[in-house]
Write a protein that binds this ligand. Sequence first.
Ligand code: F6R
Length: 606
Amino acid sequence: MCGIVGYTGSREASGVLLDGLRKLEYRGYDSSGMAVLLDGVIELRRSVGKLSRLFDEVAKRPVSGKTGIGHTRWATHGRPTEENAHPHMEGGVAVVHNGIIENYLALKEELIREGARFKSETDTEILSHLIYREIRNGARLEEAVREAVRNVKGAFAIAAISEHEPGMIVGVRVECPLIVGIGEGEMMLASDIPAILDVTRSAIFLKDGEMVTLTRDGVKLQTLRGERFHREPRHIDWSPIMAEKGGYRHFMRKEIAEQPRAITDTCRGLLLEEEGDVFLNGFDVPLIDVERVYLTACGTSWHAALAGKYIFEELFRIPTEVDLASEFRYRNPLIDKKCLVIALSQSGETADTLAAVKEVKRRGASTIAVCNVIESSLTREADWSFMTHAGPEIGVASTKAFTSQLVALYLLAVYFGRRTEKITRETGMGLIQELLKLPKKIDKVFEEEGRIEAIARKYFHSRDFIYLGRGVNFPIALEGALKLKEISYIHAEGYAAGEMKHGPIALIDEDMPVVALAPLDASYPKMLGNMEEVKARGGRLIAVINEGDSEAAARVDDVIRVPVSTPFLTPVLLSVPLQLLAYHIAVNKGTDIDQPRNLAKSVTVE
Ligand code: F6R
């Protein structure tokens, strides 16, 4: 779970690598490094801590050369120290690596018996030794990498350069993403799209078991068995500016602001207003055979899945189960070809979600990926993909990808509901109309930001928070609590409001802020009752309610208002103030909002 980048061309590599690493920092940020090749000599720069330390290091000790590789690390094997930071060097070969090498201990012992001396505690270092062993025996870099990788088990993407072959980078992909950027007289390699956008928007996505050799004038693609192949580059329609902060202080705040656009883009070309339907090209899911839907995901995407259950059961009228991907695959689920499994993932690289999809496919289920990254591993694995078009999400705490997932599930439910005649044309038309109004309604929520900032100032010293919701908004309470935990490090719990009196109510006192989600829906009277219970025990109530609701407003300490919508899109409108609340509390606390401690954006380890 790290980010790798490579550059060869006519510019100074160090600048391109640092810019690329900045875009990949969300993948890990406990140490970083780069190796740059000049006149047959590789120079290394590595530092512990945030990427800014590497910027400082390179500013202090500049490094020149037109070919190089870089890395930003999220430690799996070995503490975050300079010795453990990548690149790892041996005999004039430098390697960066994302992933895990499972058999590294056995390989390390073998190499030590042959006389190798190890400088780090990482699994990666065996790669530089293995590659060097082949080069010592007369192999060219390309051949040496292929041979080295043959010995290795696990999931990884690597990039290597050698002092013996200036101007060349060799990359391999085995179950971790690797993208080749095709420029004019310059080529790049990276773990994710934003890292190449300053150089090119033309990219080749490697598949598992493929390798690439880059020189400034071209790329050579081959399988790990040495079979050459050709693949046309794809045009990336993300602009470099989409991966920048665009005037905001944090990526997270920018990404919160982007939600109206992200939702509009996710719906683009899919809404058939007249027919009350959704247009999904090539989605020939055999619905006639489907008896049960499973939604699976991790983290925030799992919260979207939980909301999806309510949306699917109501609109598609089909039994729908939700599973954490990390549990699903280990519990011998009752899956067969009558099941439709929908896996949700912003990155499309989450290891547990990928493994769950592989497992259910093996058991005969049909699979759909709801994903934000084209050509990611999940989209390749699933039978069909529904792409959310939230654009690159850089802030570690997911925001726009989450609300785009909610919209994707709504669209899928309408699509399936219409195919199976569970939704009439008239109902469909109403549902589509509501969706069309959603971006403007989110804009209205932003008008509440001043009030939310004031609430944040009032409560940011609190040690604990409780979030309450009912029905489809219960998962939004979970998500609100997760956002707060992640970026402010305040302990927060989300509960189904009806569960309060079964235990959690014991926690309520005057030091406990309770965020209650109480839109004007079927559960509203019950929510009012739950809010009364909190007030009666001295709890401090912050309520997110609908515009025009004076009844709830009269009973609470603080109020945030959102426009009225259909119950199935209200979760989107409630999510936005909860994101802003977490954000402003974190601003007050002065935490590192875009890169919270101990977290990484894509969790490619199980
Ligand atoms: C929280 C967050 C994580 C991710 C989780 C799954 O803000 O971002 O909980 O939702 O790691 O990631 P994806 O959606 O990429 O599979």
